[in-house]
Design a protein. Sequence first.
Length: 386
Amino acid sequence: MIIVDATPLQSEHKVRGVGSYTRHLCNELAKADAANEVRFVLERTGQQDLPMSLRSHSVSVWRPHKPAQVYWMYNEFMLRQALASSRPSLFHATDFNGVITSPLYKTVATLHDLTGLVPSDTGLSPSLALSNLRWYVYYHHKILRADHLIAVSQFVKDDVVAKLEYPDDKVTVIPHGVDTQLYQPARGQGRFAAQNPYIAYVGSAEEHKNVKRLWAAFANVASEHPDLSLLMCGRWQKEQLDWLEAESRATGLLAKVKHLGFLSSEDQVSLLANASAFVFPSLSEGFGLPVLEAMACGTPVITSNCSVLPEVAGDAALLVDPQSVEEIAAGIRRLLTDNAYAEELIRRGYRRAQDFSWKQTAAKTMEVYQQVLAEDSRAPRRAYAK
């Protein structure tokens, strides 16, 4: 039996990239022939909003996600106990927070990024410093004891091999997919169909997302395009929303810059599909799924020329230096004025998005399971673990 950790679907991760990955991976595994040999770890409460295909193949645990400061204790005691009683042959930790290793079964862990090991370009914030401490003291050593790692991009794999000194042949790159049944061209449809021209951004406002430079770039071009707005959505903290309002008010842009809160999937598709451009100038990503989702909606994309984003976007986006407000602004100007180039990016982007499917992600993940299970269990236990 294979057990996959699906609890990110019941935590704050459900609205983040980890949650999207876990949801689509588990749904595809449940639909596949492998459903009879795969079980999903779920918390005992809060299962009612999850698909029956997951609930009917679940291993229930008591594992609340709050308070976050002692989250690791739930993993160590509750999840470990559930795995010991279930006796799986393999456990897949879909998020590194839930890595549990044991001589009794094989462990596969997905790494979405190594943000906790990479200081920001503007210095360590208190939250990032705490994240680094957790990495080095706790998660770092647990990950090194896993039998195999799944990296969501080649960029993440290179980071893992270089920074964790993890064996290259024990890391498999399996990219995210795109839900093309949901994310598809819908210009002229939905909540934002009648909106004046606007630039769209989807994501959090964490430091590495670089939203301050995005705002500054928009401010740079706003006077040239009086009808243009900047529409942003995602889960932001109060202090981040306060900053956005204060800066926009001080520069006379309050009517043009709007944070829409957390949108439903349908409204997010409408936001992306009706935008003049989607701008995603992140400094650091493990994958950058919103880039592909915007492309699938038929929207031209501006994104960063660093981190994983060139790998994900290929030649289907306008790549800019995310640390240059002037370069981000120049990219926006080009897409607003060069219709032929914008249309070319739309065509390339749509084709690019079709190359990424969650069904393929699940199939490649099953191949990793089979590979790890086929390895000689009598071999020495991970001599590379620190």
